[in-house]
Ligand binder design. Structure first.
Ligand code: HEC
Ligand code: HEC
Length: 239
């Protein structure tokens, strides 16, 4: 079952790769083909992330779940809003689901079993899912513009619980001096360093940089609209 699935997916990808090479030659002349999804571009500047994305695509996850976790054909679980993905810490929960599969589901197709993936591949796939979820959730949070009026004291409590171990309000205040009001929300929930390619220079891979990035990634995936509104209300008072 699994094997058949994978051979089918592999064939599909080979065919689509061949197609893309041919299509690329005409790209300048023709607009993008309607209905053709190119899972692998744009190439991400972070090689680790790009490799993770390729692993996710090559094993066929994108075929059912979409590369951006938005279900393509309505017949798989929505990974962007999955409680299971939300509960995942360090890939453990996702890896377990992949090893056992979900044979009985109400959906048209089962969730295949991927029991032959290595721990490294499972970790890569989980990394892509989390990154992609952060990006998708960011887009959602940016869409609900100022609908909710934040509560300053709830925002202060949230800051103390989730941010103060690494930032003082004063350090945040001085960092946002240069930010325009309209950009404040994006600056707070997805600070620029999170979008930059991580340094692979050992001397710059300090614990602070590595844990800060991981923590901001998790925050970005899980902020609720209300938490963001409260946090912004508080941050505007210290600005
Ligand atoms: C043939 C289509 C198909 C493929 C390929 C596939 N899945 Fe699934 N997946 C499903 C379906 C259907 C479900 C929902 C099962 C249910 O809800 O009962 C699911 C569920 C899941 C879940 C659980 C989500 C939840 O909230 O319950 C995870 C995580 C997941 N898939 C990850 C992956 C990954 C990673 C890959 C690639 C290695 C992959 N899937 C490949 C169809 C697929
Ligand atoms: C585990 C530590 C950690 C936690 C917790 C944390 N951050 Fe950060 N944050 C960092 C690191 C590391 C940077 C990168 C800049 C730096 O080196 O100070 C950063 C950068 C930022 C920036 C960009 C401005 C700047 O100083 O470079 C903002 C804004 C920010 N964080 C807000 C927050 C908010 C709001 C929270 C809580 C919801 C939070 N952070 C929680 C570690 C953390």
């Amino acid at each position: 079952m699994t094997l058949t699935w994978k051979s089918a997916v592999a064939l599909m990808l080979t065919l689509s790769a061949t197609f893309h090479v041919a299509a690329a030659q005409h790209e300048a002349a023709r607009p993008a083909e309607r209905g053709v999804i190119n899972f692998l571009t744009p190439i991400l500047p972070d090689p680790v992330l790009q490799h993770s994305k390729e692993t996710y695509v090559l094993y066929g996850c994108a075929y059912c779940h979409g590369v951006d976790l938005r279900v393509r054909n309505g017949e798989a679980a929505d990974l962007l809003h999955s409680p299971l993905v939300r509960a995942d810490v360090d890939g453990g929960v996702i890896s377990h689901v992949l090893r056992v599969g979900i044979p009985q589901t109400a959906k048209l197709s089962p969730m295949p079993q991927f029991s032959d993936l290595s721990d490294r591949e499972l970790a890569d796939i989980a990394r892509w899912i989390h990154y992609s979820k952060g990006q998708g959730h960011f887009a959602e949070l940016m869409q609900d513009r100022d609908v909710v009026v934040g509560d300053i004291s709830a925002g202060k409590a949230y800051f103390e619980k989730s941010c103060s171990m690494c930032h003082s309000p004063a350090s945040i205040a001085s960092a946002i001096k240069v930010v325009k009001d309209a950009d404040l929300k994006a600056f707070i929930i997805r600070p620029a360093f999170l979008q930059s390619t991580p340094s692979f220079d050992v001397s710059r891979r300090t614990e602070k940089a590595v844990t800060g990035r991981a923590k901001h990634g998790t925050l970005l995936e899980n902020y609720t609209s209300a938490e963001v509104a409260d946090l912004l209300a508080f941050i505007k008072t210290i600005k």
